[in-house]
Design a protein around this ligand. Structure first.
Ligand code: MG
Length: 246
């Protein structure tokens, strides 16, 4: 049986025809296993695992020395005052998955279970315990910190594992000029918080954000905000989203 057709009209772009049999097959990916409260999910077969629950080998602190956070029972936990941690590798456009768990209730507002996921090291998606805990809306869990609140508050109670699934499109620069801003889609616990939202620039505190040219890739960074937040099952799938649009 024929896989497709060769006598159909040319699609926009001028390269392939409708149902083109010559078009490359999508690579096969084993999708892994779903997340559960009892165990982290298994990453897709083409993912780069950034944290497998056993070691922080792929991470460093601000000075480039070994990351000092605690690793036990398949998760890492912030050790306050040891500072943020960065991946040793840098990434641009990507799909990111991670699981996090908020500690028992202590503090309020921004002082309750604060951490953060910094894409390319400088664009923060807030991690906070906002389960029955209000703060300024653009600092809520899943907020693009200081810019956009999440569309909904989909937090689980502290002590439960929660999931972030993020699609990240890096900003594009031509020399000193911004060609295209960063875009992010954020899904918390299966609920969409942002869809293809254009960022105003790298995250700022109490100030407006603005772009300045930077590299096409940057490390993933997790925040030490002094609270005992845990992370597990962190993986990325680098994707050039603009390439995929062609
Ligand atoms: Mg934070």
């Amino acid at each position: 049986m024929a896989l497709g057709y060769e006598d159909t009209p040319l699609l926009p772009g001028g390269k392939w025809t409708v149902h083109d049999v010559r078009r490359p097959q999508p690579p096969v990916v084993d999708p892994g296993t779903p997340f559960s409260q009892d165990a982290p999910g298994k990453p897709p077969s083409d993912a780069i695992v950034l944290f497998d629950g056993k070691s922080l080998d792929g991470w460093k602190n601000k000075d480039g020395a070994a990351a000092q956070w605690k690793v036990e029972n398949g998760y890492m936990e912030v050790v306050p005052k040891t500072g943020d941690i960065w991946t040793k590798q840098a990434y641009g456009d990507m799909q990111l998955h991670l699981e996090f768990r908020e500690p028992e209730i202590k503090g309020e507002g921004q002082g309750r279970g604060n951490s953060g996921v910094f894409l390319m090291g400088c664009y923060e998606i807030q991690v906070l315990d906002c389960y029955q805990n209000q703060t300024y809306p653009d600092g809520t869990t899943g907020g693009i910190y200081g810019q956009y609140p999440p569309q909904v508050n989909a937090c689980r109670a502290p002590g439960a594992w929660q999931t972030y699934d993020i699609a990240w499109v890096a900003p594009r620069f031509d020399g000193s000029r911004l060609i295209s801003p960063a875009y992010v889609t954020v899904i918390l616990n299966g609920v969409i918080l942002h869809y293809h939202k254009a960022l105003q620039g790298p995250t700022q505190h109490k100030r407006l954000a603005g772009y300045a040219p930077h590299a096409n890739t940057g490390p993933l960074r997790l925040q030490d905000h002094g609270d005992l937040v845990r992370f597990r099952n962190i993986w990325v799938r680098p994707i050039d989203f603009y390439e995929n649009l062609a």
